[in-house]
Design a binder for this molecule. Structure first.
Ligand SMILES: *Cc1c(COP(=O)(O)O)cnc(C)c1O
Length: 222
């Protein structure tokens, strides 16, 4: 399958999920995850109508940036774990930062963001040691910190990444939990769901799904 066909297939899956739960297609933003793929792939997806892109690594995105910066209506989301020493470049290059998970990082982003930079907080809902994100019990504090002390940042939502399960149904409790947390803090955006489980995420209220493999095929490990 080529990219056009894969995109059509993903669209069909989104449409079906949306119909199943009585939502509207416009409520869902497809974020095409282009980590490990060259700028060329971003340009191809753009040609086919994709406007939102997700990148994981500041340095990798920086290398592609000159080739994609002319796409004036493309929206670039930082979706990878961010160290605060990368905050400056991340704030300069990205349109949305989905992975704020500490006051330190928020403070740095606030310092370098030029306009009202939309951000989401990454919440760690699993026990896995490797997963980034803030623990749910510390969320309220970070929400308040950003709202009260980071005037350059606009907190729009929450993001999460459950552990990988073969059966996408097993992601559901994590997605549901994220939605409850977002509701409790009056946050509108929910970035959740990847290639194998985005239908379940849509059913649970996702506004942003982050899809890599289903669009671009398998990544070769770095
Ligand atoms: C790589 C990645 C994705 C995309 O995963 P696929 O399974 O390839 O769709 C989504 N979100 C994050 C945070 C990622 O790192």
């Amino acid at each position: 399958m080529n990219l056009r066909e894969r995109l059509e297939e993903v669209e069909t899956r989104i449409q079906k999920a949306v119909l199943r739960c009585g939502r509207k297609r416009e409520e869902i933003t497809l974020v095409a995850v282009t980590k490990t793929f060259p700028a060329e792939v971003i340009l191809q997806a753009y040609e086919l109508g994709v406007r939102h892109f997700g990148e994981n690594y500041v340095q990798e995105f920086e290398a592609k940036f000159s080739e994609v910066s002319q796409l004036s209506d493309a929206v670039f989301h930082m979706i990878g774990h961010l160290q605060s020493n990368k905050a400056r470049r991340a704030a300069e290059l990205s349109d949305v930062i989905q992975t704020v998970d500490s006051e330190k990082l928020a403070r740095r982003l606030n310092q370098y963001a030029e306009v009202s930079l939309p951000v989401m907080i990454e919440v760690k809902l699993s026990e896995e040691q490797t997963k980034a994100g803030i623990a749910p019990e510390n969320l309220t504090r970070l929400v308040e910190f950003i709202r009260e002390q980071c005037p350059q940042l606009r907190l729009v939502g929450l993001m999460t990444m459950p552990p990988y399960f073969e059966d996408p149904e097993r992601s559901r409790p994590y997605f549901r939990k994220l939605r409850q947390l977002a509701e409790a803090h009056q946050l509108d955006c929910l970035s959740m769901g990847m290639s194998h489980d985005f239908e379940v995420a849509i059913e649970e209220g996702a506004t942003h799904i982050r899809v890599g493999t289903a669009l671009f095929g398998p990544r070769t490990r770095k």
